[in-house]
Design a binder for this molecule. Sequence first.
Ligand code: AMP
Ligand code: ZN
Ligand code: ZN
Length: 319
Amino acid sequence: MKEELYCSFCDKEAVINLKPFRVNLCSEHFSQHLTNRVKRTLLKYKLVKEREKVLVAISGGKDSATLLHIMHKLSNELNFEVYGLHLNIGVKDFSEKSEDAAVSLFKALGIKYKVVNVREFFGLSIPEISKKVKKPICSTCGLIKRYIMNYVALYSNFNKIATGHNLDDIFSYIVKSFLVQDKEQLSRISVFTPTFDKLISRIKPLAEISENETLTYATLNKLPVAQVSCPFKNKFGLELKIKYSFIDPDYKYYPIKLNLVRTYSKLSLASRENDTLRCKYCGIPTSSEVCSFCKLLLNLNLDPVSFHKAFQGYASFET
Ligand code: AMP
Ligand code: ZN
Ligand code: ZN
């Protein structure tokens, strides 16, 4: 007969055994434990200050749903403000379900939010844009998402942009960048990236939480999560191969992952200072005369100056 495990802090049945912390936890104590660990990450890396406005980027998936739920809880205690942002990238079915999940979560938590629809603005979805400019979908999507998040944060006076990258995401990104010797990428990996000119500070409060834990948290707290993954995601790419080779419900690799993420986060601080030029169209720090986003606009035969004028009104956020 299977032996039942009980919570280390109460007499309820345990739902998870966290070996690195030597505890078995019931649903309630697990949620409390994860919240405390995120709080420690916020304080240790000084990710948020009192009275700051944090824009949380919500994809509709389990990681960012967990992030928003926990940040919302901590915002009272640590005295900061939380707002939500979702970007609809225009991929049929996937984007509709993702937007529904993100908006349900914003409403359930009573959080002020904004949805930016790429198709409404460009007249094209991200796959259509990538086809038109003949660039891979994932890098085009990443570029547009990063730029829009920064744009909204910059023009609506946010202090921080928070994303739901978890320990396994950051670990696999570091290892992949190391294996392909991408020094540029390696130098940019960080739990905390400070604001640099028009680039708003980015934070990753789930940097020390593993993927198994965000999944467990979202499930136990019944958070609205889209049960779809992007059809364009490269399931056979190196990054996911690394991630899944090191997925460990037994937490065997947890200390190794944690050490690597902590070390790289220290090494890469302030790396944006290498961007000594400013884009001649939008003014953001860049390493060439025109930033990658404005180059994309030019490739789409859009005039960056009039695009930015119109986009500023569309992307601004009433807070
Ligand atoms: P991914 O690269 O898809 O694993 O996403 C990493 C993080 O970026 C997520 O946890 C979110 O915080 C953010 N993110 C990804 N996609 C979106 C989206 N469509 N809208 C808003 N935020 C997003
Ligand atoms: Zn308990
Ligand atoms: Zn630009």
